[in-house]
Design a protein around this ligand. Structure first.
Ligand SMILES: Nc1ncnc2c1ncn2[C@@H]1O[C@H](COP(=O)(O)OP(=O)(O)OP(=O)(O)O)[C@@H](O)[C@H]1O
Ligand SMILES: [Mg+2]
Length: 267
């Protein structure tokens, strides 16, 4: 990847690029509640993520982790509370503002959701051209740099179905980054992969965490990965943050019994 790409640290902004402001709050959830029928999935949740930080959500299945990411992606709405991204209200907000704020956020899912009928390159250039208005040449240059970053420079013309799951997930990461989001949301991005493919994807994410300014909010069951990349770990259970702190605290000396119990079961 060339050194002048705006994804890299201390880079400037361009189309769709929104460099984070160090130390400022990029995401804030205040008193956010979400219910499905009579089940309260998020219960007056408060938390914030600072620009440039890597925050990991851990916790048992069904505790509401994916729901948090879906709220930030505006795929679902909270029943109560406010969500602010880069100083702008995402909820409640008029539809036009939601679309603008939404551009600041990229997400990679457990299932890669690539467009099967498009080449790898097209998968990555499509949204920057249609949503950000980049020219074909600009979008292609950006896509090639990102494919280089994820170690797939030689797969530009391949169809996603010809790639391994790990390669497809790396394309999905490049596709999310092509929109130059301020924050990257990652939801168990390795859990659908064969075990031997997990390390390659985690290495790419470690690389992105180390070499770019992007803010990351990850849901993961890969505790070693969480320990490596996180500035802050949030232990989550029954729709609430049970405990939060640096990885040394959460993994080394958790204060809450629920955290100890969870880590005892998964480590
Ligand atoms: N669309 C929906 N309709 C009804 N219930 C839902 C819906 N989406 C999520 N839920 C429920 O909300 C709760 C939290 O789900 P969520 O997917 O956020 O959990 P999670 O922490 O991501 O779990 P996992 O680790 O298994 O992915 C679960 O009880 C789930 O069944
Ligand atoms: Mg989930």
């Amino acid at each position: 990847m060339s050194t002048d790409t705006p994804l890299m640290k201390e880079a400037d902004a361009d189309a769709g690029g929104n460099p984070p402001v160090d130390g400022s709050e990029l995401i804030r959830l205040e008193q956010v509640s979400k219910r499905f029928g009579s089940t309260t999935v998020l219960d007056r949740l408060d938390f914030a993520v600072e620009s440039g930080k890597h925050v990991t959500l851990i916790g048992p299945s069904g505790s509401g982790k994916t729901t948090i990411l879906r709220l930030l992606m505006t795929l679902t709405k909270p029943d109560e509370g406010t969500i602010t991204v880069a100083g702008e209200k995402l909820f409640p907000a008029p539809e036009k503002r939601v679309r603008e704020v939404r551009k600041k956020i990229g997400m990679v899912f457990q299932q890669f959701n690539l467009f099967p009928n498009m080449s790898v390159l097209r998968n990555i250039t499509e949204a920057p051209m249609t949503v950000l208005g980049l020219s074909g040449d600009e979008a292609e240059q950006r896509a090639r740099e990102l494919l280089d970053l994820v170690g797939l420079a030689d797969k530009c013309d391949a169809r996603p179905t010809r790639l391994s799951g790990g390669q497809q997930q790396r394309v999905a990461i490049a596709r999310a980054l092509a929109m130059r989001p301020q924050v990257l949301l990652l939801d168990e991005v390795t859990s659908a992969l064969d075990p031997e493919l997990v390390a390659g994807v985690l290495d790419v994410l470690r690389d992105i965490a180390r070499t770019t300014d992007i803010t990351m909010l990850c849901v993961t069951h890969e505790m070693n990965f969480a320990r490596d990349i996180s500035d802050q770990v949030l232990m989550f259970d029954s729709g609430r943050v049970v405990e939060s702190g640096p990885p040394e605290q959460i993994f080394g000396a958790p204060e809450q019994e629920r955290t100890r119990e969870f880590l005892g079961a998964v480590l």
